[in-house]
Design a protein around this ligand. Structure first.
Ligand SMILES: [Mn+2]
Length: 231
């Protein structure tokens, strides 16, 4: 079975409960569509769990991207950093949810810091997968429709940035033969009737139910379209 969830934001407890609820087996694959880090408390606990799992693929969200850049700079010798510019970016990151990520990273042993950092820096921007005869494009987000005339490998028009910070057109069909699955935008912002629920429409599934903001964590099985929720 293929499962998809997103925007864990340090919610280790909900993540752990969800793994039990879906009863994730070795032959299953779980895709997490980014924003593992920042905002919530147990960021590093999730990352270390992910590093040790072979059947979980975490894609890159804007928060993971920023955390990777910031922590990478912090690991370098101080004199190699252009201080002023970095400090401004660092302060912004901290105020934008980076505080728990930064604090828990500092508590790690050196070797583990390297593992966590490498994991963050290697997270892919998007993933394509076929499930029961249907093609899916999985990403933290996608650019608006007009910036995305074709699937990503053909897509010289968009940069990686579009897949971590893009603003999807939820009311337009991107592809007739490809289902897009994204996180990043809590579904209540797409349609207020979907507060805390997975949103589906126009060959697009949006799975960020806003777990870090007190809503349930949602997860969808692409083989069966069954939805799972944990409080
Ligand atoms: Mn995001």
């Amino acid at each position: 079975m293929i499962y998809v969830m997103s925007d864990l934001h340090g919610c280790y407890e909900k993540y752990h409960k969800m793994l039990s609820l879906i009863d994730l087996k070795e032959k299953d694959t779980l895709y997490i569509l980014g924003d593992i880090v920042d905002l919530g408390p147990d960021v590093i606990k999730i990352l270390i769990d992910l590093i040790h799992r072979k059947n979980v693929i975490a894609l890159r969200g804007n928060h993971d991207h920023k955390a990777g850049i910031m922590l990478n700079r912090l690991m370098k010798p101080k004199e190699s950093i252009a201080r002023n510019r970095f400090e401004r970016q660092f302060d912004f990151w901290i105020s934008d949810g980076g505080q728990p990520t930064y604090e828990s990273f500092l508590r790690l042993e050196e070797a583990e810091k390297v593992n966590v950092l490498n994991y963050l820096l290697e997270m892919p921007f998007y993933w394509k997968v076929d499930v029961v005869g249907r093609r899916y494009l999985l990403a933290h987000t996608v650019p608006e429709r007009e910036k995305m005339p074709a699937m990503p490998e053909l897509c010289a028009w968009c940069s990686g940035r579009d897949y971590i910070l893009g603003e999807p057109d939820y009311d337009e069909i991107y592809f007739d033969d490809v289902m897009i699955v994204t996180g990043h935008t809590p579904t209540v912002l797409i349609d207020t009737n979907f507060n805390g629920k997975i949103w589906k429409g126009n060959n697009h599934i949006a799975v960020d139910c806003g777990a870090v903001f007190g809503n349930p964590l949602g997860c969808i099985c692409l083989d069966t379209m069954q939805e799972f929720y944990v409080e």
